[in-house]
Design a protein around this ligand. Structure first.
Ligand code: PRT
Ligand code: ZN
Length: 210
């Protein structure tokens, strides 16, 4: 039996469940349960918060998982990546108030930036030779400039409409992300064999969609 961790409820959930079903795996999913067993493949599915998935897979609580690269790399666990899955695409971007002038990234020197992704942001700023004051907050990052908490924000963007409705303008892409399949690095022989079977089916699904 191999244990897969997916997001319980959020932007990764539907496509994660769809991918498993497209692999020909049947299971009963009830939103109230925290785990379920497939009926036609030796697979157990755990439903977790996305932020907990990389750590659980690294520790072997789950054998494999599906998570966004933004969360995985922020937690320093990109080495667990097995396969890019092509859904839940988004980007981590820097944005400033729409009236602010922004000639280039050096405009952020000495400024305060609110984000839930301090490590990805720090790495980007370091690569640009910019020093800024990073404020880590766990949610509602977009309102930080309007309440005087920060000069700029660094947050996940997909359509861009959340930034616009908060009077912000996207100025830099810090990181591009999509969902990835991750695996514990010490899977035994039997679990590894099951992982290879799953990968084979996922690749067939992806080929059929092209
Ligand atoms: O409860 P749990 O911790 O599991 O979920 P969560 O609320 O932390 O995550 P969730 O479900 O919002 O996102 C899960 C993953 O989906 C993220 O880690 C990304 O990899 C991916 N993803 C794709 C997104 C978006 N698109 C996205 N648009 N994650 C968040 N957003 C948010 C963003 O934070 C911002 O508030 O949507 C808003 C911007 O959207 P636009 O379309 O207005 O630009
Ligand atoms: Zn989360």
């Amino acid at each position: 039996m191999i244990r897969l961790a997916i997001q319980k409820s959020g932007r990764l959930s539907d496509d994660s469940l769809k991918l498993i079903r497209e692999c020909g795996i049947s299971f009963i999913s009830t939103t109230s349960k925290l785990k379920t067993e497939a009926t036609n493949f030796p697979l157990e599915i755990l439903f977790l918060r996305d932020d907990d998935i990389p750590g659980y897979v690294a520790d072997g609580v789950a054998d494999i998982g599906i998570v966004g690269q933004n969360v995985l790399v922020e937690e320093g666990l990109q080495r667990l990546t097995v396969k890019n899955l092509g859904f839940s695409k988004c980007r981590l971007s820097l944005a400033v108030s729409k009236g602010d002038t922004y000639p280039d990234v050096s405009s952020l020197q000495g400024k305060s930036i609110a984000t839930s992704y301090p490590n990805l942001l720090q790495e980007f700023l370091t690569s640009k030779g910019v020093t800024a004051d990073i404020h880590t907050i766990s949610g509602s990052v977009e309102i930080a400039p309007s309440i005087g908490l920060a000069d700029a924000v660094c947050d996940i963007v997909s359509s861009g409409s959340t930034l616009i409705s908060n009077g912000l303008r996207e100025v830099e892409t810090v990181f591009k992300s999509e969902a990835v399949l991750i695996a514990n690095q010490n899977l035994g022989q039997e679990k590894n064999r099951l992982l290879q079977q799953l990968l084979f089916r996922m690749e067939a699904v992806q080929k059929a969609q092209k």
